[in-house]
Design a protein. Structure first.
Length: 132
């Protein structure tokens, strides 16, 4: 059951991350300041006053959507034990692609049917027909 819940959470995360990246005009990762775990959130700028943050916690990835300073929506995605999460631009070969990588580590990774998650999404895809 636990593995089914984690697979479901990873599926929801993949869909939501892709939607957010497609709607965003920019992705940034501010420097760490005052975070208990030292990991700053990744921020996707969706509109002038709308930002979506992805922050890694000890057992979950938390998505927070803000309108100005107000939290509009927040949800968490439970991560499998011993997991590494990264969000980065793919590189020069694909400058507009942002990748979410969830990697299982440790001995349980070899035994699990769930081998992690890799989602590539095109930054600003939903904005391609809007005038700047």
């Amino acid at each position: 059951r636990k593995e089914l819940r984690q697979r479901t959470a990873m599926g929801r995360l993949a869909v939501q991350f892709r939607r957010d990246v497609h709607a965003a005009e920019e992705i940034t990762r501010p420097t760490a300041s005052g975070n208990q775990d030292g990991q700053p959130p990744w921020q996707l700028s969706i509109a002038e006053d709308r930002v979506v943050e992805y922050r890694v916690g000890p057992e979950e990835l938390v998505r927070t959507e803000r309108g100005g300073e107000e939290v509009v929506h927040q949800e968490s995605f439970r991560l499998p034990e011993e997991t590494t999460v990264s969000i980065d631009r793919v590189g020069e070969a694909a400058p507009g692609i942002v990748r979410l990588q969830v990697t299982l580590n440790g001995p349980r990774a070899l035994l699990s049917m769930h081998h992690g998650l890799c989602v590539d999404a095109q930054l600003g895809k939903d904005r391609r027909f809007t005038s700047q």
